[in-house]
Design a protein around this ligand. Structure first.
Ligand SMILES: [Zn+2]
Length: 107
């Protein structure tokens, strides 16, 4: 591996039991198209290019860049129900709870 390829990676310092510090390089993950955390469909409005600003990489809407539009709507609706006391958080889809909590925080 060339020097340049390594330097672009994130360094991880790990102390070994003997007290020595080893430097690991984080494995480069292949970046695929961003996909929805619930239904795995492709996310609209996301880019993976390196040289663009953060706001260009994903929409700034709540939970955008994590969930697709369909799932996002469902989760936000559930979050509103929870907030209004119509529904308990325990009655929600176990996979959605994480995102519902996230949505609740931003209300
Ligand atoms: Zn989805």
């Amino acid at each position: 591996m060339g020097k340049k390829a390594k330097s672009s990676r994130k360094k991880i310092y790990r102390r070994t039991p003997s007290g020595r510090v080893n430097i690991y390089f984080e494995k480069k993950s292949k970046k695929g198209k961003a996909s929805c955390a619930l239904c795995k469909s492709k996310l609209a409005g996301t880019k993976q290019a390196k040289n663009i600003s953060k706001s260009e990489k994903r929409p700034s809407a709540l939970l955008a860049g994590i969930l697709c539009n369909k799932c996002r709507r469902v989760v936000i609706e559930e979050a509103i129900k929870v907030r209004e006391g119509v529904k308990g958080l325990k009655n929600c889809d176990i996979r959605e709870i994480k995102y519902i909590e996230q949505a609740l925080k931003s209300f």
